[in-house]
Design a protein around this ligand. Structure first.
Ligand code: LRH
Ligand code: MN
Ligand code: MN
Length: 406
């Protein structure tokens, strides 16, 4: 049955000039990092619901993450957040991850949960607070050495609620000073990914509010600094795929924090609210993968695809499975775009034909393709069902309630 569906699908794609063997290889190379904090209890400012079976330690978070990778083959690394994932011995955490077939991914310093940071961390008017914040950034560089992580992923809650509360230009200088100290401590293999966010928790101004500010910092710091695009961190209507194309052309796209939103930084499961946006992001990436400039193509190869979600009402492991599978589905669809067809229509100034060439693959059902690659990789054809059929979700209930939370 499946074979017939695949044969039909292949015939349809061949007629459009798409070679499914190439598509399959690219699909198999997709890797998506999941966040340790996505396995713990998290929520909104109104309530964090405590779920039964939530990991109690960073070690247990990795055990849950291993389940996501086992049935999808898509999620071999896990990002950590310090101090949420603080442990005595990071070498031990690394060995634990490796014993589960995982690696430790991006190290995320946390400069937003201590009382001292209420009025800013690296941009605080108090020099002692700035020094403490910078020391934490340096501690995270050391942790990354122990965990074998390439990426240090930076997000600052720094900002103000009222005009005059802080001196915007002075704070910009302090931000650069602190990041420069951190940059100099990094090994040549490391990358600093600078994340921006338009607002929240600060509501008047945020020190790194948009991609342009992050890009400017990255340029000043040097080639190991790049921009991190969190899909939830833009004002309504922002054209994220345009930002992606622009940063790729500048060879400064470090990676993504994928999630979905309807209103603000809602941190919902990626691909649930606006799958077409995700598809169009992949369209720009795949277009850049065909660029003449080898440096742009190299940037595409280095993109870190990461999930950043807070599962409030959802069961954590199935929610994470849904996320990585949704990313895989949109990537698969985008791989079916015939770029020559798009270019040919655009060059003729045929607006409707160009739009059609981009949109059409989004409308295909890629299930036969996904089932085919999963079978070739020895993975379950339906990873979600395979997880739900396993006893893992029931077995972890012995952990009880009150596990890790942010
Ligand atoms: C901020 C953010 C950032 C944090 C994470 C928990 O909204 O996106 O990446 O590290 O959430
Ligand atoms: Mn994020
Ligand atoms: Mn966020």
């Amino acid at each position: 049955m499946v074979d017939r569906a695949y044969a039909l699908f292949e015939e349809q794609q061949q007629a459009r000039g798409i070679d499914l063997n190439v598509v399959k290889e690219k699909l198999k190379s997709l890797k998506i990092e999941t966040p340790s904090w996505g396995y713990g209890d998290s929520g909104t400012r109104f309530k964090v619901f405590q779920k039964e079976g939530v990991p109690r330690t960073p070690f247990e978070k990795f055990e849950d993450a291993a389940q996501v990778h086992a049935v999808t083959g898509l999620a071999p690394s896990v990002a950590i957040h310090i101090p949420w994932d603080k442990v005595e011995d990071y070498g031990k955490l690394r060995s634990h991850a490796e014993s589960l077939g995982l690696s430790i991914g991006a190290v995320n310093p946390n400069l937003f949960q201590e009382d001292e940071y209420m009025l800013g961390s690296v941009t605080n008017a108090d020099a002692k607070v700035r020094q403490k914040a910078t020391a934490h950034l340096l501690e995270c560089v050391d942790i990354a050495k122990e965990t074998g992580s390439r990426d240090l992923s930076l997000w600052f809650a720094d900002g103000t609620n009222y005009p005059g509360q802080g001196h915007i230009r002075q704070r910009k200088t302090w931000m650069l000073e602190s990041l420069t100290t951190m940059y100099q401590a990094m090994t040549p293999e490391m990358r600093m990914l600078i994340e921006y966010k338009c607002f929240e928790p600060a509501f008047y101004h945020t020190d790194i509010a948009d991609w342009g500010m992050a890009y400017n910092l990255a340029q000043k710091l040097g080639p190991q600094a790049e921009v991190l695009v969190d899909t939830g961190h833009h004002l309504q209507g922002a054209n994220i795929e345009h930002i992606v194309a622009y940063l790729l052309d500048e060879k400064r796209l470090g990676g993504f924090h994928f999630n979905s939103r309807k209103y603000a930084d809602d941190d919902l499961i990626v691909g649930t609210v606006n799958p077409y946006e995700l598809y169009l992001i992949f369209y720009q990436i795949l277009d850049a993968a065909r660029a003449q400039d080898a440096a742009i193509r190299q940037n595409v190869e280095q993109i870190a695809y990461m999930i950043d979600q807070s599962h409030n009402i959802e069961a954590k492991i199935p929610a994470m499975l849904r996320s990585v599978l949704n990313v895989q589905t949109q990537f698969a669809k985008a791989l079916l775009i015939n770029h020559e067809e798009v270019a040919e229509a655009a060059n003729r100034n045929d607006v409707l034909a160009a739009e059609h060439a981009v949109r059409r693959p989004f409308e295909f059902d890629v299930t036969p393709l996904l089932v085919a690659i999963r079978e070739e990789q020895g993975l379950p054809a339906d990873p979600m069902q395979a997880y739900l059929n396993s006893s893992y979700g029931k077995n972890i209930l012995v952990r009880g309630k009150g596990g890790a939370s942010w």
